[in-house]
Design a protein around this ligand. Structure first.
Ligand SMILES: Cc1ncc(C[n+]2csc(CCOP(=O)(O)OP(=O)(O)O)c2C)c(N)n1
Length: 611
């Protein structure tokens, strides 16, 4: 036991030292060091399946399952992934990055075990934040009714990225307080004994009940109703206790839920004191926790978005902002403080967020659903069935669209243009800079129908923000440069400014001036400008930071083809390939994909040289 405790301390110092250089999910991983050690001392990952939910807390597991030597490459290009990844290790039993999948995946493995007549253990480890996601309950519901031996570990630190939300979270944290239980007990006793005639008998029955008051008011009743055996709450930093309950759970031939209490950031005081900032952190000074990355004077797209939302909400009382457990990440913290009644954090519930917004919209409100591009994938049917089919004015604000970098394939915002643009009634906009982003928000508010805006991760272009948020004309593109060569470049979103820079460099280097169009609109397409361009140019370079299959350039090809304009033209499309884009520093990822300024310029030269 002393050695395990020493190992826990060593793991913590490696985590802090490494993540201080690479950035990453430090606080979640620090919180489960003892739990990881206990699991790996009771279970055998060669055979037993350990499924981490989200997987951002699996760093200690990586260290202990053969990856210590590569750990310094965490989240770097060609290095270790920040999440469990089946390709990376045979001990990563399920690939993950989005939340609330672990119970379902583990249950599938338990069923496969049954069919194969095998006897290994299957364990899902899910956080209280991830337990707000509906899919977790779908898994628990099936598990309780069907599964044999099956272990779910609830890692409860009362935090999602921010403070956890929702009734279940309130229930769990409340009933862990002995004072609250005593108060309820007193109140119930007073109430029962006050009922004339039968009150004393009821009180006696309550006292004799095989469920003590404490059990009655612990989360046990919820999970017991789902036919799980509930064991809890266990101190998640006591390895010996954890081993005892894990062994007990492993000996039972039925579904068991172990409720483990942990502290996010445990053992590193900057993270314990500020678990929100250290949930996912960029490089920092290990001694102080101070973030080392040069603080830029430029604002990020997310900050420009947050300011734009506050400006809209000030002017229009119908504006409501909805986040799915990411008030900080989506830039809505100020909004939440200034307009608390019109801010809703629904938990990690992207599907519910969209239908909830649809409900608000039916009542005359103007909901803005703010969800990262990758997580909104979950809401595809809700967007179609609950919003677009009824043509409701819900605005979708898709942050982290395009390359996100270090979080890798589970998080790249590759597909939103493709999954949004084919839905009837949808309008789809991608700004080239933070000013257009804010004008896009005003346009969304003025537009009485579904509207989606996609914008990237990272620092914005450093252009002045508009003084007045005047709506744009829907479907009207913006010529940034008109050229006299046969080539036109048509770009959208965050590839517009690199395309313009590439065009300027081309002019400096070769004296050739190409046309550059900021298309702005993916739907409806800027048909007038597209027609002008195809009529006056023989070659076009189409550019987007989204999947080529079904995205922006596909839409343009469809339009030109349908209008019979394509014959004899040379069109080249640059965007994301039909492959999942791996993790790495965004500038390297873009260079490898041929989407940086240099690559764009060289493609222009090649196109111009082609006969
Ligand atoms: C579908 C989805 N939505 C949002 C996120 C972003 N996200 C990553 S971790 C996290 C909070 C998870 O909280 P919890 O499960 O309690 O784990 P903890 O970090 O507290 O250990 C969120 C919202 C995600 N990974 N997946």
């Amino acid at each position: 036991m002393a050695q395990l405790e020493q190992l826990a301390a060593e793991i913590r110092s490696i985590l802090v030292e490494t993540v201080s250089r690479t950035g990453g999910h430090l606080a979640p991983s620090l919180g489960v060091v003892e739990l990881t050690l206990a699991m790996l001392s009771v279970f055998n990952p060669e055979r037993d399946k350990i499924i981490w939910d989200v997987g951002h807390q699996s760093y200690a597991y990586k260290l202990l399952t053969g990856r210590a030597a590569q750990f310094h490459t965490l989240r770097q290009t060609d290095g270790l992934s920040g999440y469990p990844y089946r390709r990376e290790s045979p001990y990563d039993h399920f690939g993950v990055g989005h939340s609330s999948t672990s119970v379902s995946a583990a249950l599938g493995m338990a069923k496969a075990r049954e069919l194969a007549g095998e006897a290994h253990h299957v364990v899902s480890v899910i956080g209280d934040g991830s337990l707000t996601g509906g899919m977790a309950y779908e898994g628990l519901n099936q598990a309780g009714a069907t599964a044999g031996r099956f272990i779910v570990i609830l890692n409860d630190n009362e935090m999602s990225i921010s403070k956890n939300v929702g009734a279940l979270s309130l229930f769990m944290s409340r009933n862990l307080s002995a004072r609250w239980i005593r108060r309820v007990k007193r109140e119930v006793e007073t109430f029962l004994s006050g009922i004339p005639g039968i009150g004393d008998d009821l009180l006696e029955i309550a006292r004799r009940s095989k469920h003590s008051f404490k059990n009655f008011f612990t989360p046990g009743i919820l999970f017991e109703a789902l036919r799980f055996n509930y064991i809890g709450a266990v101190d998640g930093h006591n390895i010996e206790d954890l081993q005892t309950v894990l062994r007990l759970a492993a000996s039972l031939d039925r579904p068991v839920l172990i409720h483990v209490l942990t502290r996010k950031g445990r053992g590193y005081s900057p993270a314990e004191n500020n678990p929100v900032r250290f949930h996912g952190v960029s490089a920092f000074e290990p001694e102080t926790g101070y973030q080392t990355g040069a603080k830029s004077s430029r604002i990020s797209y997310t900050e420009a978005f947050g300011k734009g939302m506050c400006a809209l909400a000030e002017k229009d009382s119908r504006v409501v902002a909805i986040t799915a457990a990411m008030p900080e990440g989506t830039g809505l913290r100020d909004f939440a403080e200034r307009f608390p009644d019109r801010f809703v954090d629904v938990g990690i519930c992207e599907q519910h967020a969209v239908t909830f917004a649809a409900g608000l919209a039916t009542q005359g409100l103007r909901p803005f659903v703010v969800i990262y591009s990758t997580f909104l994938q979950r809401s595809y049917d809700q967007i179609i069935h609950d919003v677009c089919l009824q043509n409701l004015p819900v605005a979708f604000c898709m942050d982290r669209a395009g390359i996100v970098g270090e979080d890798g394939p589970t998080h790249q915002g590759a597909f939103d243009l493709a999954y949004m643009r084919h839905i009837p009634n949808m309008t789809l906009f991608a700004p080239r800079d933070e000013a257009e982003l804010q004008l896009g928000l005003a346009t969304a508010l003025a537009h009485n129908a579904p509207f989606a805006i996609r914008y990237p991760r990272g620092l914005a272009a450093d252009v002045p923000l508009p003084r007045h948020l005047v709506p744009l004309v829907v479907g009207q593109a913006d010529y940034l440069q008109k050229g006299d060569s046969p080539l036109a470049v048509i770009a959208v979103g965050n590839r517009v400014l690199p395309a313009l820079r590439a065009a300027e460099q081309l002019y400096e280097q070769e004296g050739v001036r190409v046309t550059v169009l900021d298309a702005r609109w993916i739907k409806p397409l800027p048909k007038k400008e597209l027609k002008e361009i195809i009529d006056t140019h023989d070659k076009a370079l189409l550019l987007e930071e989204g999947s080529l299959a079904g995205g922006f350039s596909s839409a343009i090809l469809e339009f030109w083809s349908d209008s019979g304009d394509l014959s004899g033209k040379r069109i080249l499309r640059l965007g994301l390939p039909d492959a999942f884009v791996e993790h790495g520093q965004p500038e390297i990822v873009r260079r490898r994909l041929g989407l940086d300024t240099d690559s764009i310029r060289e493609e222009m030269k090649k196109l111009l040289r082609e006969k």
